[in-house]
Design a protein around this ligand. Structure first.
Ligand code: SAH
Length: 353
């Protein structure tokens, strides 16, 4: 994939400006093509992407259930959601399974917002008269803009705020993290939840240490810090690295040191209720029959053995060791994909006041 730092969509040089890396990030995501399901299947990380979607589905389900269960009897069993860094609307269908009343989506990449609106309209037209939640989508930098001024109803109250694979962009600076948390909490109801997924700084740092290098990765992902940066210890904000994920992401990101995130969130009335790396979160969910069903429908795992495995044969030593005479196949993933997705953590905060 083309590196966005080498040139923007109309050939201009895109570099970090005084205003930070927002323009590089927006340009990167704007340039990502909308690829059909068939193309996606050819991707080396087809199962990993499905798995990530499965994790998001489980997280959304868990906290939507809590919101609906906590609603008083007399209250309408519907809720409002804010999706920060909504991208092309990859989670619209996930939300569509629940009684969402209204959705607001915001993303820094205007082309993605355009595609998100189209995806919503397509979704709506497919519902053939069945009630569909209302929505509004905006292109804005959530680390620098007071986004509630954009909303059609600036006083709208959200039951849940979701920020999937996007929160880490605000750790560029303290003021950006504060603006992001202001946006997350300004309209979030007390008792509501802030849920998301983000890379885990502990895991990244421990992998670097093991590698005795400022770079770590495998055939599907690579994390690299500039050679001249001081990582002992890394900066609290602005600890920038390049994240490369095969065919999807090639973008500057920032370390999110979780204790700092948690401390800062507290000042905004957010109490951490759950934080787990993807692998462990999966382990907790995988025995649930409903989750197993969804896992199958979403093709979250690769069948082993198979003639067209995504990775090389040696990437599957674990499922090979687990196979028994009575098993025809086992659901699994190549080691490289598993390592890449385990960089990530799910988190959930509850708004106390
Ligand atoms: N949440 C979506 C997209 C994840 S990709 C999903 O899970 O599929 C990360 C998204 O964060 C991109 O769409 C990118 O444009 C957005 N993003 C990055 N920095 C941002 C910022 N400062 N403000 C708003 N969105 C941002």
């Amino acid at each position: 994939m083309e590196n966005v730092e080498d040139g923007g969509p109309i050939g201009e040089k895109l570099q970090k400006t005084e205003n930070g890396i927002g323009n590089i990030v927006a340009s990167h995501y704007n340039k990502l093509e909308e690829k059909g399901i068939h193309h996606r299947k050819e991707s080396r990380i087809y199962y990993m992407r499905n798995f990530n979607n499965f994790i998001k589905s489980m997280l959304i389900q868990e906290y939507v259930d809590r919101i609906l269960n906590n609603k008083p009897e007399e209250e309408e069993k519907k809720f409002n959601v804010l999706d920060i860094g909504c991208g092309k609307g990859g989670d619209l269908l996930k939300w569509g399974k629940y009684p969402v009343k209204h959705m607001v989506g915001v993303d820094i990449a205007d082309t993605s917002i355009q595609q998100c609106k189209e995806r919503y309209n397509q979704y709506k037209s497919k519902q053939r008269g069945r009630p569909v939640f209302t929505s509004e989508f905006y292109a804005a930098d959530c680390t620098k803009t007071d986004i509630k001024n954009l909303y059609s109803e600036p006083d709208i109250k959200f039951d849940i705020v979701s920020c999937q694979f996007a929160f880490h962009y605000c750790f560029e600076s303290y003021s950006q993290a504060v603006t992001m948390l202001t946006n997350i909490t300004a309209n979030l109801k007390p008792g509501g939840f802030f849920v998301g997924t983000t890379p885990c700084a502990y895991e990244i740092m421990s992998r670097l240490k093991k590698n005795e290098s400022k770079e770590v990765g495998n055939s599907v992902y690579k994390i690299s810090f500039p050679e001249d940066c001081d990582l002992d210890p890394p900066a609290m904000f602005g600890a920038q690295y390049m994240f490369h994920l095969e065919g999807v992401v090639d973008c500057p990101e920032f370390l999110v040191y979780f204790p700092l995130f948690e401390e800062l969130a507290k000042k905004f009335g957010l109490l951490l209720v759950s934080r787990e790396r993807f692998g462990r979160y999966f382990d907790k969910k995988k025995t649930n029959p409903e989750a197993q069903n969804l896992m199958k429908r979403m093709s979250a795992l690769e069948a082993y053995p198979s003639d067209d495995l995504m990775g090389d044969k040696e990437q599957y030593s674990y499922p090979e060791s687990q196979l028994t005479d009575t098993m025809r196949t086992i659901g699994t993933m190549s080691i490289d994909e598993w390592e890449a997705l385990n960089v990530y953590t799910v988190f959930a905060f509850k708004k106390l006041f």
